[in-house]
Ligand binder design. Structure first.
Ligand code: TXA
Ligand code: MG
Length: 319
């Protein structure tokens, strides 16, 4: 029999307890600015293996390592000029860099699924930062949801999906960004592996040129990119311009006054991203058996790129 996850307050006592649980090799979910992460000591094989087990995640899908600062990241991966520039400009923040792994990194090989590269991020959320500094080491953390389902943006979502499979959850309220980090690979050419909470336009402005997008078949570098993902129970139908009969309509912008819920009545993409996963969960709970969720068109720039990516994958054929 598993016990339900211990709910921890986002204060010094709660963070000290959470760091202690990580040191024992157990799993702690915690808020970041993007989504809640499911953390484990990235140097502990057994702890990292239990992430894959709790999520039902395929072992070939590598994890993001979270660090308290760029200095700690440089102990794990090799930074070139472009990596330095991106880290200086956007860390802490919603950017993950995939870089060559240092042979002396001390990470569990399960973290990188045996790849010669590693995904690193310095999050910008006071609770995540507090936990990383209380723990004092690298924390491997995928989104804290069962593999393939909608990412959690509140502690209650984590408890719904994984409550009996993890030791603790630090409750830091709603995640302000609401979609996962943008992933850029630099091995060494810059490629966009996943659009996310940092707009692609900002990264391109920093690098002074466009980011390449890997071909759809390049499944070795980004295993999470291809299959159905971020999917609620109900079918999702993107790009629906008028109130659909028989579906629940998730609106965007002022023209969608008949929508069941509206991601942003004013048409603000930042607000829409913050609401996306919570609203998909809410409509999923409201949907009658077999009733789909139809979603209004979302402009494909800024955070709209990340929203459209998640909607496309929510709509993809299920495994
Ligand atoms: O915002 C986020 O990134 C959240 C929070 C918790 O930080 N984390 C997150 O992790 O979204 P996850 O595991 O759900 O997604 C990580 C993605 C996966 O698609 C994985 O395949 C990719 O990162 N990834 C990790 N290491 C990689 C590597 N070495 N090369 C290519 N892709 C990698
Ligand atoms: Mg995920």
């Amino acid at each position: 029999m598993s016990l339900p996850a211990e709910l921890l307050e986002p204060n010094a006592t709660g963070l000290a307890r959470a760091a202690g649980v990580l040191r024992e090799g157990r799993l702690v979910a915690f808020p970041t600015e993007t989504v809640y992460g499911l953390g484990a000591d990235a140097r502990n094989d057994h702890a990292v293996a239990s992430i894959f087990q709790a999520k039902g995640r395929p072992r070939f899908n590598p994890l993001i390592v979270h660090l308290s600062d760029a200095g700690a990241a440089r102990d794990i991966a090799v930074f070139d000029d472009m990596a330095d520039r991106l880290a200086d400009s956007f860390w802490p923040g919603a950017l993950t860099l995939v870089l060559p792994l240092r042979p002396d990194s001390a990470l569990s090989p399960l973290v990188t699924a045996g790849l010669p590269t590693v995904a690193l991020r310095v999050p910008d959320h006071p609770v995540a930062r507090g936990l990383l500094s209380a723990f004092g080491g690298p924390v491997a953390a995928p989104s804290a949801n069962p593999s393939g389902s909608v990412s959690p943006t509140r502690a209650a979502h984590v408890v719904d999906g994984l409550g009996e499979k993890i030791a603790a959850v630090v409750d830091g309220g709603a995640c302000p960004v609401g979609v996962e980090s943008t992933i850029v690979g630099l091995t060494p050419e810059p490629v966009l592996l996943r659009p996310g909470g940092l707009p692609v336009e900002a990264i391109e402005a920093c690098l002074g040129g466009p980011l390449a997008v890997p071909a759809k078949t390049a499944n070795v570098t980004a295993p999470g990119q291809l299959s159905s993902h971020y999917a609620p129970g109900a079918d999702v139908v993107p790009n629906v311009t008028s109130p659909p009969s028989g579906a629940l309509w998730l609106g965007f912008g002022p023209a969608c006054s008949d929508a069941a819920l509206n991601l942003s009545p004013s048409g603000d993409l930042v607000e829409a991203a913050a609401n996306l996963f919570g609203y998909l969960r809410e409509l999923d709970a409201r949907a009658a058996p077999g009733q789909p969720i139809a979603v209004a068109p979302i402009p494909d720039h800024g955070l709209g790129r990340a929203i459209n990516d998640r909607l496309r994958r929510a709509a993809a054929p299920r495994r």
